[in-house]
Design a protein around this ligand. Structure first.
Ligand SMILES: [Zn+2]
Length: 163
């Protein structure tokens, strides 16, 4: 049979319903398009909505130029959140600072908060980087307006900070 179809029984009638298939770039298994998340813009690279696959996919981005073109810090942060690898907001980040692989702050974070985060990161020997994005942009991908984001996975942090 040509193409990817799925045989379904619909109200007693046998029909072949066409469900588009895509390959997960992490595990390379194919699945229904709607069970996969599109990474970034344009002709998609897809990944399973599964923490393991998401983490592999983001790390892969680090050495895949084609994929890197589609991804940016913002949509990568969205995927990190889905993988459960982000802590956001001043209090939560400070509370979990020992688990952090690195902290990102937005360019429009207040000077006071920047100073305080710098203090806490230095104290715990954590990397702190300022990203060229605003709190409003972070809100658009994480549904939370914050200028402070902690990444809980070393490899993800490295991948995010690679330009
Ligand atoms: Zn997968």
């Amino acid at each position: 049979m040509k193409g990817d179809g799925q045989l379904t029984v619909d109200s007693g009638q046998l029909t072949v319903k066409h469900i588009p298939q895509r390959m997960c770039i992490a595990c390379r298994e194919r699945g229904n398009k709607d069970s996969l998340i599109r990474m970034g813009e344009g002709r998609g690279a897809y990944v399973h909505d599964d923490p393991g696959c998401i983490i592999i996919a983001i790390k892969k981005r680090g050495f895949d130029r084609a994929l890197r073109g589609k991804m940016n810090i913002l949509n990568t942060l969205g995927l990190c959140k889905r993988a459960g690898k982000l802590v956001v907001g001043f209090d939560a980040v400070i509370a979990d600072i020992t688990k952090s692989a690195g902290v990102m702050i937005t360019s429009d974070l207040s000077e006071k908060s920047k100073k305080e985060m710098t203090f806490h990161c230095e104290k715990h020997n954590k990397k702190l980087i300022e990203i060229p994005h605003t709190m409003a942009e972070i809100e658009s991908v994480l549904n939370k307006k914050t200028g402070i984001i902690s990444i809980l996975d070393e490899g993800l942090f490295k991948s995010l900070t690679k330009s």
